[in-house]
Design a protein around this ligand. Structure first.
Ligand code: PMP
Length: 451
């Protein structure tokens, strides 16, 4: 087996460029090469098992290699693997659109399919922009986004993103965006409520000043995921939605990370009864099997694009693999499993248990805060718990903790000095316990050695 690993490693070195990865570091460290998986365990080509502590980048739901999901793909494969959705329809895409509208907030009536989460966000932005042109309000052409936001890596999604490390370099390519601070109570000199209020006042002020020029506000509901698993204070999201409504600004909810049960509701918008005009979903939509994403839109938006061919009102956007039948078939099987296993209720029921498991992690000397919304967890490492002074970023503490976790048998990724933990929603309790215990040991060992 090591020979095979060496051979693959050599090909990785020669041919493969991994995303969001410094190749020099990866190749010096010798990458893990995954060959198969079962439940919440990934196995590499040398036969070692690793717990999947970030559900393969927040996508896996029911565990890997689930019979029902595998069968759904095989069954669809016997019919048709792919057929375009441009000017044609296919059976699983229609069925999935109907299921999504049924599950989503009542404000959303139509489903537009893409492949990546970033594409679903792009579609939302373009729909908002084009909507106002079609209803005779072309001056509403600006976007409003939150600081510290992450919506994907394509240019439009980066424009509304706000994470300097990822986005600053591309500044000259981006369109201008109005930005308001997002509530980050941990770093705010006051209570969470005061933090929320200050951010909402700023938003209200921008809307008063420029509301008439704004096409839509884009927000990651409840949790800013890639921004560090920042959980919004209660009431904030509902108030954002109310302010948008008051100023007739469309609300685009980016549920790519939070959707499909992750926060203990099917969609995070539900926590505050938010009814968005547009909603982007991806990741968990196929249970983590195939790349399908979607932008849901209100009927009001859909109708603005309705007209005779000669009016040229159609939405000129579409990806080759939009509504891919294999992907839509596995998404339908995924939603069946959600229902059959009452998975969202399970996440809600296990959330306090996960919180209990994490309490000893939160008590570690170099942990500043443990943030949790359902099965979405961020553990912020700091040099000083009292002053919240961060570690020197060059120490790469988050990275080192995840590297140690890997040695102890679990895979996850850091966001700077925030260690993320997003287990698959169906992770058995005993595996959750083992995962958290690996986290705790990795954090304790690495931070104590460095301090
Ligand atoms: N929006 C949010 C909130 C995300 O967390 C992500 C990915 N982590 C995306 C969009 C982009 O999704 P994708 O990587 O599938 O393009």
């Amino acid at each position: 087996m090591p020979e095979r690993y060496d051979d693959l490693l050599e090909k990785n070195r020669r041919y493969l460029w991994n995303p969001f990865t410094q190749m020099k570091e990866l190749l010096a460290d010798e990458p893990l090469v995954i060959e198969r998986a079962e439940g919440v365990r990934l196995y590499d080509v040398t036969g070692r098992a690793f717990l999947d502590g970030n559900s393969s980048l927040w996508v896996n739901v029911h565990g890997h290699n689930r019979r029902e999901l595998n069968e759904a793909i095989v069954e669809q494969l016997g019919r048709v693997a792919h057929s375009t959705l441009l000017g044609l329809s296919n059976v699983p895409a229609i069925e999935l659109a109907a299921r999504l509208v049924d599950l989503a907030p009542a404000s959303l009536g139509k489903v537009f399919f893409s492949d990546a989460g970033a594409a679903a966000v792009e579609v939302g932005l373009k729909l908002a922009f084009a909507y106002w042109r079609r209803v005779g309000r072309p001056e509403r052409r600006r976007f409003l986004a939150l600081g510290n936001a992450y919506h994907g890596d394509t240019i439009g999604a980066v424009s509304v993103g706000g994470i300097d490390l990822f986005h600053a370099e591309f500044g000259p390519l981006l369109f201008e965006v109005e930005r308001v601070a997002s509530p980050y109570p941990y770093r705010f000199p006051g209570s969470a409520e005061e933090c929320s209020r200050a951010c909402l006042e700023e938003l209200a002020e921008v809307l008063r000043r420029r509301g008439e020029e704004i096409a839509c506000l884009v927000v990651e509901p409840l949790v800013q995921a890639a921004g560090g698993m920042i959980v919004m204070p209660p009431g904030y999201l509902g108030e954002v939605a109310r302010l948008c409504r008051e100023h007739d600004v469309l609300l685009l909810a980016d549920e790519v990370a939070t959707g499909f049960g992750r926060t203990g509701r099917m969609f995070a918008c539900e926590h505050e009864g938010v009814q968005p005009d547009l909603m982007a979903v991806g990741k968990g939509l196929t249970g983590g099997y195939l790349p399908v994403s979607a932008t849901l839109a209100s009927d009001r938006i859909y109708e603005a694009f309705w007209g005779d061919l000669a009016e040229r009102k159609a939405f000129f956007h579409g990806h080759s693999y939009a509504g891919n039948p294999l992907g839509c078939a596995v998404a339908l099987a995924n939603l069946d499993l959600f229902e059959r296993e009452r998975l969202v209720e399970r996440v809600r029921a296990l959330t306090p248990r996960l919180g209990e498991l994490l309490a000893p992690v939160a008590a570690l000397p170099y942990v500043g805060e443990v943030r949790q919304a359902g099965f979405m967890v961020g553990i912020e490492l700091v040099r000083d718990r009292e002053t919240k002074e961060p570690f020197d970023w060059r120490l790469g503490m988050g990275w080192r903790v995840c590297r140690r976790a890997r040695e102890l048998g679990m895979i996850t990724r850091p966001l700077g000095d925030v260690v993320t933990f997003l287990p698959a929603l169906a992770t058995p309790e005993r595996d959750l316990e083992e995962m958290v215990s690996i986290l705790r040991r990795s954090i304790a060992e690495v931070t104590e050695a460095a301090a």
